[in-house]
Design a protein around this ligand. Structure first.
Ligand SMILES: Cc1cc2nc3c(=O)[nH]c(=O)nc-3n(C[C@H](O)[C@H](O)[C@H](O)COP(=O)(O)OP(=O)(O)OC[C@H]3O[C@@H](n4cnc5c(N)ncnc54)[C@H](O)[C@@H]3O)c2cc1C
Length: 270
């Protein structure tokens, strides 16, 4: 790891100013992804800007139609939140399946969303629920936020402060874990709203994506049988040492069916 300056600002404008002063510096949230990257010298930022002392970035709040989760809320806190468990149990179930206890106790929702790992769980929940990413500068719809492999719509210097989730009628998440890392080989988040169904897939390709044929079929009939015959194209899917594209395509249908079943029974699926 190379030497770097370390800042611990107490206010968001101060953090933004530090970031603007040294554009190659990095925000650090839980450090679960960033610190190993520094240790391996895959990144050598001149400074780290620690978000942990910024006020108002932790916790879950709700109103009639939405839940808002602060950027620095850990996966463990989302998994245990009585509010999230009551109103979007599938999101709490998703958070409870991330990594292991040490990752869940340090890693944060917005660290995961900003990082946009192609096998991360939160991008599926954020896109599947049509969430809104709130930054210190603007609000970005999930449909416009994820841009492929580790890329997002965030501009240099932008800090995510929270994610706002519409509360669905029903939702479910099912994940086929890579045994060693516990990242998603394929994970599917399904959410039913009054005006239709959304299906978001992580792990299968270079970034999270929606599956319109499944969304259409589930909008007609919200039942695993409605999508049993739908198989997605392998063209844009990943083949690597863990699984061929063909196997991932098969898993998308299997996980989508399990996610629908989980939504119907309001139980976490695995
Ligand atoms: C062993 C292991 C297993 C894991 N398994 C899983 C898994 O099963 N599923 C899964 O989804 N993830 C998994 N992860 C990743 C984990 O969820 C991380 O917590 C997450 O990817 C990053 O969150 P963080 O808070 O640690 O962010 P950091 O590592 O601190 O930051 C990650 C990136 O996001 C940027 N960033 C952080 N916060 C903000 C913000 N508020 N605004 C703008 N940019 C920001 C940072 O600058 C950095 O570029 C695993 C990690 C490890 C080490």
């Amino acid at each position: 790891m190379k030497a770097f300056a370390y800042h611990q600002p107490g206010q968001i404008p101060e953090a933004a100013k530090l970031l603007a002063a040294e554009p190659d510096s990095k925000l650090v949230a839980g450090g679960m992804t960033l610190i190993p990257t520094l240790k391996q010298r895959l990144a050598s930022p001149p400074a780290l800007i620690d978000l942990s002392k910024l006020p108002g970035l932790k916790g879950c709040t709700d109103n009639d139609a939405t839940i808002t989760i602060g950027a620095m809320t850990t996966h463990a806190e989302v998994a245990k939140s009585s509010l999230v468990r009551a109103r979007i149990p599938a999101l709490a179930a998703l958070a409870s399946q991330i990594g292991d206890p040490s990752v869940r106790n340090r890693g944060t929702i917005c660290g995961s969303v900003a990082n946009n790992d192609p096998a991360a769980d939160y991008p599926a929940g954020v896109l599947g629920l049509a969430a809104t990413i709130i930054t210190n500068e603007r609000e970005i719809a999930a449909d416009n936020f994820f841009r492929g492999l580790f890329e997002t719509a965030l501009k240099p210097g932008e800090i995510i402060t929270a994610v706002r989730f519409p509360v669905p009628l029903l939702a479910g998440y099912a994940k086929f874990k890579a045994p060693a890392s516990r990242y998603a080989l394929v994970g599917v988040f399904v959410a039913k709203f009054r005006d239709g169904v959304r299906v978001a897939v992580t792990g299968a390709g270079p970034g999270v994506f929606r599956v319109p044929p499944m969304e259409h079929a589930l909008s007609q009939g919200f039942d695993p049988a409605s999508i049993a015959a739908i198989r997605i194209d392998t063209d844009n899917l990943t083949s690597d040492i863990h699984a061929e594209a063909d196997y991932r395509a098969h898993l998308v249908t299997v996980m989508a069916k399990r996610a629908v079943q989980a939504a119907l029974s309001e139980r976490p699926a695995s």
